[in-house]
Every structure is written in structure tokens, then in C-alpha cells.
Design a protein around this ligand. Structure first.
Ligand SMILES: NC(=O)c1ccc[n+]([C@@H]2O[C@H](COP(=O)([O-])OP(=O)(O)OC[C@H]3O[C@@H](n4cnc5c(N)ncnc54)[C@H](OP(=O)(O)O)[C@@H]3O)[C@@H](O)[C@H]2O)c1
Length: 305
């Protein structure tokens, strides 16, 4: 299959490309094709703009591009960048679908990233109303929700051109060499790690390997469309995550970071650390997807081995 991937140079995209390269023809969209080419498997075509893929007429699209959500404080300008960097490229993908459909070549499928932030802050462990969050659950209205909602609704537009659309609400992606774990490891290795705030907020997570398998699953299964929670079946609270990480490293987890300190340091972005959802991959599991790393201990043991 010819597969077009936006954000293919990123933490998830690179692993996805390694997995797909043997069996598929890959076209990656990057703002810096030269740099991207160095990170991607040999034979990957790299282009600078989605619409350059018209001639290649991809049969499948994977949409992973977007400004990193956790690197800068969420000023109004940064919020705009977070939205535009996702919405603009998604709009381009929908336009590509329209143009290809006009030639009778509509891509079969678009798998488009979204995030656990779709659900916004949900009740913490032990709070009234706390229950597993599935694709049916209602969302709490806040910036992360509005960002994901907008991103998803633009992606859904591809369905009007005959393309099947699957939206993957991704949890915290764990693996070596990038993502959040890379930032958490140094203090934990020094024995200075600990929970954030009271630690009762949920942290849905997924091993990067399972995430790329889920993307491949959604590419292949013609009967699957709509939203899918992309996180392991056993989410943990932030306190349990901290304990598990410290245990795997053979270090104590004694130093909680007070919520007030995080709010002061990160402003509204601290919500990424202090709120969460008990998100479960109900629809992936119902469709028969099985996780190689269903529990955090198993995932961390494999990653830190
Ligand atoms: N990693 C996680 O824990 C996690 C959790 C939930 C959701 N997600 C979502 O899953 C997707 C993939 O995640 P990831 O961790 O692989 O992300 P990543 O490593 O930050 O990579 C995303 C790619 O997007 C492109 N990009 C970055 N800033 C951009 C901008 N301002 N405008 C246009 N493109 C830009 C970059 O490609 P070029 O430089 O080659 O253009 C980059 O390689 C993202 O959309 C992310 O929001 C990730």
C-alpha cells in the first residue's frame, strides 16, 4: 500500500515508519525534508507539503503532525500554534482526499491522531463520579478538549470524499529515546522523583510499540471508523506511575511536587500534569486488538531493560 504520513519524523512517526517500511511504500510530509530523510528508513519518499502527494495518489493517510504540546507555556500565541499546526495540515489532507476523489482515487483510510486531552479533566481516583472513560464518555470543556475536538472535526471531513476516518485519542506514549519518559527519567534516576500534586489524577499511557500496532490495525480493518482511545487497558494514577517508575529503577519515590509549584512554573500547561482521565481502549479491544504491554510494570520493564 502507498501510505502518506504527516509527522513521520516524530517520536511516534519514526517507529511507525520502521514498522511499515518492509511491506509498504511510504511518503512522509516534513517541514524539513533533509533532516527527516536522515531519521527515516531507506526508500521513504519525503515531501514538504501534503498536496505534493497528488501524483503519488496514496491509498492510506496517517496524520501525526503537530507542535509539541508540552514544550512551551500556553500563551495565547502558543495555543494558536498548537491548534494551527494540527488543523492546517489536517485540512490539507482533506483537500488531498477531495482532489484524489475527483479522479476516482480517494484514499481508503485516514488514521488521524487526537489525544487523551479530548476528555479534559475527569474525576480523580476516589472522587464522586469517577468511572472508566470510554469513547462514549462526555468531555470536560477546556482548552485541550477544544483543541482535540477541532482537530477531529476537520479530519472527519475526509469521510465526505469516501475516505474511512479513524481518530486515535492517544495517551502518554512511553518508550526509550523520546516522549515524556525521557524528561521524567533524570530526576527519578537520582531518587528525586515523585508524584505531581496529590497524585490521584489518572495518567493513561501506551507503549509506543502498541500504539504503532494500533495504527496499523486501524489502517487494515475496513470496518473500523470514528474515535478510538489509544491507551493501554490498565491506566494508573500519577502516584502509581511514580511508584512503578521508581521501583523499576530501584530508587525511592519520595519527593512529591506540589500542585502550586507546577501551576507557578507551567501556568495552564500544568493541567497536563495535574489532571487526566481514566481512559480505556474500549473500542480497540471490542474490535479484537490485543496489547503486548497491557500493564505499566510490563511496559516499563521492557523499556528500561
Ligand atoms: N507522544 C505523546 O505522548 C502523545 C500523546 C498524545 C497525543 N500525541 C499526538 O500524537 C502525534 C504524534 O506524537 P509525537 O510524540 O510523535 O510528536 P512529535 O515527536 O512532537 O512529532 C510530531 C511531528 O510533527 C511535526 N511538527 C512539529 N511542530 C510542527 C508545527 N509547528 N507545524 C507542523 N508540523 C509540526 C514535526 O515534523 P517535521 O519537523 O518533520 O515537520 C514532528 O516530527 C502528535 O500530533 C501528538 O500531539 C502524542
Amino acid at each position: 500500500m502507498r501510505i502518506l504520513i504527516t509527522g513521520g519524523s516524530g517520536f511516534v512517526g519514526q517507529r511507525l515508519c520502521q514498522r511499515l517500511a518492509a511491506d509498504h511504500q511510504l511518503v512522509v510530509v516534513s517541514r524539513d525534508p533533509e533532516a527527516a530523510r536522515r531519521r527515516l528508513p531507506e526508500g521513504t519518499q519525503v515531501i514538504a507539503n501534503v498536496l505534493e502527494a497528488l501524483d503519488a495518489a496514496p491509498e492510506a493517510l496517517v496524520n501525526l503532525a503537530g507542535e509539541s504540546i508540552a514544550t512551551k507555556r500556553w500563551s495565547d500565541e502558543q495555543k494558536r500554534r498548537l491548534i494551527d499546526s494540527r488543523v492546517d495540515v489536517t485540512q490539507d489532507l482533506v483537500m488531498l482526499c477531495a482532489k484524489l476523489a475527483a479522479n476516482g482515487q480517494a484514499p481508503r483510510v485516514l488514521v488521524s491522531a487526537s489525544a487523551m486531552g479530548y476528555y479534559g479533566a475527569q474525576p480523580k481516583q476516589g472522587e464522586p463520579g469517577q468511572r472508566p472513560v470510554t469513547e462514549e464518555s462526555s468531555a470536560h470543556d477546556e482548552f485541550a478538549h477544544r483543541l482535540c475536538e477541532r482537530w477531529e472535526s476537520v479530519a472527519r471531513g475526509a469521510a465526505e470524499h469516501g475516505t474511512r476516518v479513524a481518530l486515535l485519542r492517544i495517551g502518554l506514549v512511553l518508550d526509550q529515546g523520546g516522549g515524556s519518559l525521557q524528561k521524567m527519567l533524570p530526576p527519578f534516576k537520582l531518587g528525586l522523583g515523585g508524584r505531581f500534586g496529590d497524585g490521584r489524577q489518572f495518567m493513561p499511557w501506551v507503549h509506543r510499540e502498541d500504539l504503532v500496532r494500533a495504527i496499523e490495525f486501524l489502517l487494515e480493518r475496513d470496518d473500523l471508523k470514528g474515535p478510538f482511545n489509544g491507551s493501554a487497558p490498565h491506566p494508573v494514577t500519577n502516584a502509581a506511575f511514580s511508584r512503578s517508575l521508581a521501583r523499576q529503577l530501584g530508587r525511592p519515590s519520595l519527593f512529591p511536587v506540589p500542585a502550586a509549584v507546577l501551576k507557578l512554573a507551567f501556568g495552564e500547561m500544568s493541567r497536563l500534569l495535574l489532571t487526566g482521565a481514566d481512559m480505556r481502549p474500549a473500542r480497540l479491544e471490542a474490535a479484537g486488538f490485543t496489547f503486548t504491554y497491557p500493564t505499566l510494570d510490563k511496559a516499563l520493564a521492557a523499556i528500561l531493560d
